[in-house]
Design a protein around this ligand. Structure first.
Ligand code: DAH
Length: 335
């Protein structure tokens, strides 16, 4: 009897391949109405001798079944866990899927770098429109019609209005717009897009300039020179950067200069500058006897090309994401 029970239990145990089957097996043998439990209940009706012997056998069998069940349960639980871990495996060596962050375009970065520098000295940013009047772009800046200087500023004209409109050829227009507001003294930085009919490795039909100017009492050439020398040394990160000012001509400054820096064994022209021409001040109703100022104009592309070693200006506008990313903020701000 007990031997049969035991044999059948072991056969059933072998077939119990999951926890649910195992539990069913336990109930069938050891549950309240299980076979072993029932057999134990039946002991009371037996004579003392048989009861003693059967009782001992059944108790041994019960202990044996309990032990076997718990061993098998542990085994199945472990198997289930291994299976679960394998199916939920996380590969920590996979590269991340985070989206690549964008960066500002090198021109924006360079503009900000320059603006931030001058802001420390009290310069405020002013802006003017890309589509300008001939008056602001030329006449008021002491470049009358037929002045030869206009030849270097060939641009795109818009003949929609009564007054001739054009795509501004320089940001010097912002001088006139700011002076007309009549607030003095002033220190202004005017970044923006400018346009000319040019296109090659060093010229774009649309490029960026930053115009800077000061009108204050007693401003002289010494201020102009030290301001620009200090700026170039800071921008190019070179305290002993050699610079020079060459006499030049601009209709809106007198005297006028071209500033050069020394790099890679040669002089490189970086910007134009000068003392604001008395006629420009008169044109906007200021008295040149009372007000003096200096002005400078620089090309953002040119400064970026020199600092970041860009050899073809067209790289700025091809929109090649790889190039733009390579020229990212980390380079511009040295982080
Ligand atoms: N507006 C000039 C240009 O685009 C650059 C320039 C030269 C600006 C001398 C100035 C200056 O303010 O003083 O060619």
């Amino acid at each position: 009897m007990t031997a049969d029970l035991e044999k059948n239990f072991h056969l059933a145990l072998e077939k119990s391949q999951n926890l649910q089957m195992l539990e069913e097996l336990r109930v069938r043998y050891l549950g309240k109405q299980g076979m072993i439990t029932e057999a134990l209940k039946s002991l009371g009706a037996m004579d003392p001798e048989t009861r003693k012997q059967r009782g001992a056998e059944l108790n041994r069998l019960r202990a044996l079944c309990q032990e076997a069940l718990s061993v098998q349960k542990e085994k199945l639980e472990e198997q289930a866990l291994t299976l679960k871990l394998a199916s939920e495996k996380v590969d920590l060596t996979l590269p991340t899927l985070a989206l690549q962050k964008g960066t500002h375009h090198l021109i924006t970065q360079t503009t900000e770098e320059i603006v931030r520098y001058f802001e420390r000295f009290g310069f405020k940013v002013e802006e003017g429109p890309d589509i300008e009047t001939e008056e602001h772009n030329f006449n008021a800046l002491n470049i009358p019609p037929h002045h030869p200087a206009r030849q270097n500023h060939d641009t795109f004209y818009v003949d929609a209005a009564a007054e001739p409109l054009l795509l501004r050829t320089h940001t010097s227009t912002v001088q006139i717009r700011t002076f007309k507001k009549g607030e003095l003294p002033l220190r202004v930085l005017a970044p923006g897009r400018v346009y000319r009919a040019d296109y090659d490795a060093t010229h774009l039909p649309m490029f960026h300039q930053i115009e800077g100017f000061i009108v204050e009492e007693g401003i002289h050439l010494g201020h102009l020179k030290s301001t620009l020398i200090d700026f170039c040394r800071a921008f190019f990160n070179k305290n002993d950067l050699k610079t020079r000012f060459r006499p030049s001509f601009f209709p809106f400054t007198e005297p006028s200069f071209e500033m050069d820096i020394f790099g890679n064994g040669r002089w490189l022209e970086v910007l134009g500058c000068g003392m604001i021409h008395p006629q420009v001040l008169r044109n906007v109703g200021l008295d040149p006897k009372k007000h003096q100022g200096f002005a400078f104009g620089m090309g953002v592309e040119r400064f970026a090309m020199l600092k970041y070693e860009v050899n073809d200006i067209r790289n700025f506008v091809t929109g090649d994401v790889r190039w733009n990313r390579q020229m990212s903020v980390s380079r511009a701000f040295g982080t």
